[in-house]
Design a protein around this ligand. Structure first.
Ligand code: NAD
Length: 352
C-alpha cells in the first residue's frame, strides 16, 4: 500500500430519527445556556419549534439566513448574538443556515450546533464562505466545525423533491470528487465510496416516496459521509467551475453541481481508470460519468447548463475566470479541455 497521511476532524455527530428531542440535555452537558437559533425566512417555523424545545436555553431566533452568506447578513446576525449575549448558535436548515452559523463561529467565536435539514454536508467540513460585492470568499478553518451535529431525518421529511434531488446530487459530487482523486487517501476513499452507494440507493427512493423515513435516513447518512469525505479531502476542477458559475453567473448552487458532475468526472476518467471503476461499482453502473448522468436524468433533474441559462457565448469568460488561479485535478486542467467539457455540458449530451 502506498504511503498516506490522514488527519481525523473532531466530528461529534448524533444520528437518528427523533434525536432532536435530546438537544436541551446535550446543550446542558456542553454547559451552553444562551443559544441563538438560526434559520432562513422559509424555515422560521422550524426555528421557532427548536426555540420552544430549548425553553430558557434559547435567547432568540435570527431567521434571515441567505444563500452564500452575504457579509451584511453575517454582520446583522453577529450584532443580534452580541445584543442577546448568546453563548452559541443552533443552525436549523441547509447549507445556507449552517454557513451563517460558521460565520458566527469564525467572526464571533460562537460555538455552532448544527441541525442539517438538507443534504449539503457543510456541517462536516471546516470550509466557510461569505459573499461581498458579488464575490464569494472561502477558506478552511477548524473553528467553524460544529461542536455538535444532530442528524434527525424527521426534519428532512418536509424537504420537497425539487430541492431534495439537486441537494442529494450535491452530496454525490462531494463524494465522487474525493473518490476520483489520487491526492486523497484510502480512508477518505472508503468514506466517499460508501457515501456514493448510500446516495445512489437512497436518492431515487426519496424522490419516489418523500415520506419514507428509512429512505430519508439512508440519504442523510450518505450526505453525512459525503460531507465528511469533503471535510477530510479535497476540491478540484468541479468545485472551481461550480463556484465560477454560482459567483459570476448566479446559477443555483445544487443544480449547478448536478449538471456539471458527469462532465467533470468524464474529464478525469482516462487519468484514473481504476478509481473510476470503483465509483461506477458503487453507483451500480458500468461507467462513473455515464452512471451519474443517468441517475440525474432518471430523477428528472436538469442535465444541461442551457437549462440554467448558460449560453455557448458565455463559455470563454467562464474558462477565463475558472483558470485565473491554478487548480489541481486528477487530469491536468487545460483551456481547450475545459472549453470542450463546458460545450458538452451546455448541450447536455450524455458523457461516455
Ligand atoms: P439552502 O440551505 O439554501 O436551502 C434551500 C431552501 O430549502 C431554503 O429556502 C431552505 O430554508 C429550504 N429548506 C431546507 N431544508 C428544508 C426542509 N427540510 N424542509 C423545507 N425546506 C427546507 O440550500 P443547500 O443546498 O442546503 O445549501 C447551499 C449553500 O450551502 C450554498 O451557499 C453552498 O455554498 C453551501 N455549502 C457549503 C458547504 C461547505 O462545506 N461549506 C458544503 C455544501 C454547501
Amino acid at each position: 500500500m502506498r504511503q498516506f497521511e490522514f488527519s481525523m476532524l473532531p466530528w461529534n455527530v448524533v444520528f437518528g430519527a427523533g434525536v432532536l428531542a435530546s438537544l436541551p440535555q446535550r446543550l446542558d452537558q456542553m454547559r451552553l445556556q444562551r443559544a441563538l437559533v438560526l434559520s432562513t425566512p422559509e424555515q422560521q417555523g422550524d426555528a421557532k419549534r427548536v426555540q420552544a424545545l430549548l425553553g430558557q436555553r434559547a435567547v432568540g431566533c435570527f431567521c434571515d439566513a441567505r444563500m452564500h452568506v452575504p457579509v451584511e447578513v453575517a454582520s446583522a446576525a453577529a450584532a443580534e448574538a452580541a445584543r442577546l449575549e448568546a453563548d452559541c448558535s443552533v443552525s436549523v436548515g441547509g447549507g445556507s443556515t449552517t454557513g451563517l452559523g460558521k460565520a458566527l463561529a469564525l467572526n464571533s467565536s460562537l460555538p455552532l450546533i448544527a441541525i442539517p435539514t438538507t443534504y449539503a454536508g457543510s456541517e462536516m467540513t471546516t470550509i466557510w464562505g461569505m459573499t461581498e460585492d458579488g464575490r464569494k470568499r472561502t477558506g478552511r478553518d477548524p473553528a467553524v466545525l460544529p461542536r455538535l451535529t444532530l442528524y434527525d431525518a424527521e426534519l428532512t421529511l418536509s424537504l420537497p423533491p425539487a430541492i431534495a434531488g439537486p441537494s442529494g446530487m450535491n452530496a454525490l459530487a462531494q463524494a465522487t470528487i474525493n473518490a476520483q482523486d489520487p491526492r486523497t487517501n484510502p480512508i477518505v476513499m472508503t468514506l466517499a465510496r460508501e457515501a456514493i452507494a448510500a446516495i445512489a440507493s437512497g436518492l431515487p427512493r426519496v424522490m419516489r416516496t418523500p415520506e419514507d423515513i428509512e429512505a430519508r435516513e439512508q440519504l442523510l447518512y450518505g450526505a453525512a459521509l459525503a460531507g465528511a469525505s469533503l471535510g477530510a479531502g479535497v476540491t478540484s476542477l468541479h468545485h472551481r467551475l461550480c463556484h465560477t458559475l454560482g459567483g459570476s453567473f448566479n446559477t443555483p448552487h445544487a443544480e449547478t453541481h448536478t449538471i456539471l458532475l458527469p462532465y467533470t468526472v468524464a474529464y478525469a476518467s482516462d487519468a484514473v481508470p481504476e478509481l473510476m471503476a470503483a465509483i461506477a461499482a458503487a453507483l451500480g453502473s458500468t461507467s462513473a460519468a455515464g452512471g451519474i448522468y443517468d441517475l440525474a436524468a432518471s430523477l428528472g433533474l436538469p442535465t444541461s447548463l442551457k437549462a440554467i441559462g448558460i449560453k455557448t457565448t458565455d463559455l470563454a469568460r467562464i474558462v477565463d475566470l475558472a483558470m485565473e488561479a491554478e487548480v489541481s485535478n486528477p487530469r491536468p486542467v487545460t483551456r481547450d479541455g475545459v472549453l470542450a467539457l463546458l460545450q458538452q455540458a451546455v448541450a447536455g449530451q450524455r458523457p461516455d
